[in-house]
Unconditional design. Sequence first.
Length: 431
Amino acid sequence: MKKRLMIMLCVLVLLASACGKADPQEQQSTDTGKASSATSNETSSDKAIEITMLTAMAYGTEGLDIAVENFKKLHPNVSFDIQHMPNDYETILKSRINAGEFPDIIAAQTGSMVSSYYDFAYDFTNDPVLDKFNTGAIELSKSSDGKVLSLPWTYETMGIIYNKDVFEKAGITELPATMDELEAVCQELEAQGILPFATALKEPWVLAHIASHYMTTENEDPMKTIDALSKGDITFSEMDNFNNLYRLLDMMVEYGPSKFLEIDWEKSENMLANGETAMIHMGDWCEAVLKDFNPDVNVGFLPVPVSNNADESYLLSSISWQLLANKDSENVEMTKEFLEYILTSEDGQVWMTEYVGAVPATKTNMQVTGMLASSAKESIDEGMTRPWNHTLWPSGYNMKMGAFLQEYLFNVADAEGSNEKITAGWIDEVQ
């Protein structure tokens, strides 16, 4: 009896043991599934991603390169194709779009330019990233229906930039605030063998920037001027100060290089940095290049005289560029993360404050190191700035305006004829 009981217990143990073992084929299948799942997870997290970015930036790109490299340390699977096209940027961008090659990120100027690309834009309206930006900067970034379809980069300022050491060498201590005073300074500089101006008149966009200072009417709201032009209620020749633009251009030619239309932006900045000229027209974005040409360069801003009334001399300041994320990108989430990183992280803020020398649109405690941004801040504090208006012009009109003004410089048209062409060209754009 005991023997029979022992045999039965052994059988039960063997059965239990057999039930607990998986079929070898089934076990192999299960292990393969686990391995496959692990491989799948690894593949999704380490999938090779390339982010494409197209900008018109020509300044401070070293700081962006550093931010990119640090981002890649966080995401080793991400690579970048970032192209900077300071010349003919919008033409190149449009050709890419027409070819069906919209980059993951583009830069576009605030106003009419960026709004022309809103159909491609990711909507940040309810994204928490907006809390990282100054409220005013976001307001400038909103579309007409209140959406946030792009993120602001930096506040930028433009005017006449002068070499302080050259002015000191010439004994000029009173900075010009009117057109007569500016011409007197030019005459004094020339009498001492110093070239007064070397503005980049080869660049249509520089001429458009200069012209924008003179688009002032009795009101200070640039949108009222833009609307009045578009409705045909006012022409360029009827603006308070636009005809004085030609006097400034004449000064830049008379007191500039003999081959003034061969001076591009890079040449003009080289000459200013190395004391070969006293003044150019440009924005604070150029400081990084000035320092590349001469680390000891000493420059500041002069408000642009638009008349003989010193109270009308202003710098123009605003959020210049917006960065837009392609909503249809295959890598839209990584694109958004990268965009947030270069705009709001410490790396991004260092890029803007130290390498570009501009005031970020994002909230930051970092001090701007740029001489020009600091000079601009003095004018801002004194109420001597006005908002930009050229970014509100019809999309692409900047280059057309510049081309019309180059015709004036070539003596193809006089001031009256140029005004007629500029007005007609504007109406053609808005119709």
